[in-house]
Ligand binder design. Structure first.
Ligand code: SF4
Length: 385
C-alpha cells in the first residue's frame, strides 16, 4: 500500500505574536465551530481520493490547535480514523500553546489517539516572552508541561527560539539549561527570522539589513553571536544525550519527528484545512487561504503544479541536506535512475573542496561549516535550465 502523511491546519490563535507570519488569526467561538464542521467535511470528501494510501503520521499544526475544545479535536480525530486507513503505530502530533491547555484536554487528546505533543514555548525568560507577544509566562508553560507528563504522554517536543532582539548568549544558555532540566524527548531550536508584514518587520527591518550587510545591528544579535548561540545549542544538547538530526532539530534516540523526516525526504503528504499545502506523487497543490471561501465549503485544489524531474532532483538535494545524515547516493539512484555524480558531480566536488560537504559510506552531508552557510550550499544545487 502507498504511504501518505496528513497535515491538519488549525489557523486560530488567541492573539498574533509580533514575529509571526503563519496563516493564523484570532476568531470567535462561532467561527471555530463552523471551521471544524467544514474541516470534517473536507476530510470526508478528500479521503475518497486516497483510499489506496496508508497514513503513517498525522500532524495538527497552526495556528494553535489547542485553542479548540477537546471535543472538537476528538471529533476531527474520529473523522480521520473513520475515513483514512491510519497505521496502528502512526505518530500523531498536536501543537499546543501554553495558556491553552488543561488536564481534560490532554486526557481527551490521548484517548483519541494523539501520542505526541509539541509545545510552543520559545523562551524561559518572561521578559523575552512578552517582547515576542506570546500569551503565556514560563510558569504557565511549566504548569502545562506538568499536566502533559502526568497524562502519560511520552513523546514531547519543546519549540525554542534564539537570536531575539537584545538576547545575549547567556540569556540563551539559561533558556537551554532550564529546558534540559525537564528532559523533553525532542527540542526544536530555530533562530528568529524577521518576516515581512509582521510588527517585528516594522521595528527591526533596518537592523536586519544592517546585519545582512555585515554591519553591527543595534537590537538583533550580530552574525557572530548568532553562530555562537547555534554552536552552544549543539554542544549543550549533545552533552545531555540529544542527537541533532536536522539543522534545527534535536531528539533523544528514536524520538525524531517522523512527520518532519517525511517532509525532508519528500514523502507524500496531504494538507487539510485552510491554506494547507500538499505534495502527492510529485504534484504540489494547496487549499484556499481565504477563510470565507473555506467556510463556504470551497475545498478545491489551488496552485496545482506537476514537478518536473529537474525540480524533484533539486528538492531531493536541498531538503535532504537539511538532515545531518544528508542524502544517500543509493536513494538518489533509486529515485531518478542515474548516479548522483552524473547530475551534481561538479557541485559536490566544489562544495567538498570548500569544506562545506563531506562524503562517507554512500552518503553526502553538510559539514559544520556547511551548516552555517547552508543557504549558500543549497542554492548551488539549483539546476540551470
Ligand atoms: S502562537 Fe504560533 S501561530 Fe499563533 S501567532 Fe504565535 S507564533 Fe503564530
Amino acid at each position: 500500500m502507498k504511504e501518505l502523511e496528513l497535515y491538519i491546519h488549525i489557523p486560530f490563535c488567541v492573539q498574533k505574536c509580533f514575529y509571526c507570519d503563519f496563516l493564523s488569526m484570532p476568531v470567535d467561538e462561532t467561527v471555530r465551530r463552523h471551521y471544524v464542521r467544514r474541516l470534517i467535511e473536507e476530510i470526508e470528501y478528500k479521503s475518497q481520493q486516497y483510499k489506496g494510501y496508508e497514513i503513517t503520521s498525522v500532524f495538527f499544526g497552526g495556528g494553535t490547535p489547542s485553542i479548540l475544545m477537546e471535543t472538537q479535536i476528538a471529533e476531527i480525530m474520529e473523522a480521520l480514523q473513520q475515513n483514512f486507513s491510519i497505521q496502528k503505530e502512526a505518530e500523531i502530533t498536536i501543537e499546543c500553546n501554553p495558556g491553552t491547555l488543561a488536564h481534560q484536554k490532554i486526557i481527551t487528546y490521548k484517548e483519541s489517539g494523539i501520542n505526541r505533543i509539541s509545545m510552543g514555548l520559545q523562551s524561559t525568560n518572561n521578559r523575552e516572552l512578552k517582547m515576542l507577544g506570546r500569551i503565556h509566562t514560563y510558569e504557565e508553560f511549566l504548569h502545562n508541561y506538568d499536566l502533559v507528563r502526568k497524562s502519560g504522554i511520552e513523546n514531547v517536543n519543546v519549540d525554542l527560539m534564539s537570536a531575539l532582539p537584545g538576547q545575549t548568549i547567556s540569556d540563551w544558555e539559561c533558556t537551554l539549561k532550564e529546558i534540559l532540566k525537564l528532559r523533553p524527548e525532542h527540542i526544536s531550536a530555530y533562530s528568529l527570522i524577521i518576516e515581512e508584514g509582521t510588527p517585528f518587520y516594522q521595528t527591526y527591518e533596518e537592523d536586519e539589513q544592517r546585519r545582512e550587510e555585515g554591519e553591527e545591528p543595534k537590537y538583533l544579535p550580530n552574525e557572530e553571536t548568532e553562530r555562537e548561540m547555534y554552536q552552544l545549542t549543539g554542544a549543550l544538547l549533545k552533552e545531555k544525550g540529544y542527537m541533532q538530526y536536522e539543522i534545527s532539530n534535536y531528539a533523544k534516540k528514536g524520538r525524531e519527528c517522523q512527520h518532519n523526516i517525511g517532509y525532508w525526504t519528500r514523502k507524500n503528504y496531504l494538507g487539510l484545512g485552510l491554506g494547507s499545502a500538499s505534495l502527492v506523487e510529485n504534484v504540489r497543490f494547496s487549499n484556499t487561504s481565504d477563510l470565507q471561501e473555506y467556510l463556504a465549503g470551497d475545498f478545491e485544489e489551488r496552485e496545482r503544479e506537476v514537478l518536473e524531474r529537474r525540480e524533484q532532483m533539486e528538492e531531493f538535494m536541498f531538503l535532504g541536506l537539511r538532515m545531518i545524515k544528508g542524502v544517500s547516493r543509493g536513494d538518489f539512484k533509486k529515485a531518478f535512475g542515474v548516479e548522483i555524480e552524473a547530475v551534481y558531480g561538479e557541485v559536490i566536488k566544489k562544495m567538498v573542496s570548500q569544506g562545506l560537504l563531506q562524503q562517507q559510506a554512500g552518503r553526502i552531508f553538510l559539514t559544520e561549516e556547511g551548516i552555517s552557510v547552508s543557504n549558500y550550499v543549497m542554492s548551488e544545487f539549483l539546476l540551470k535550465i
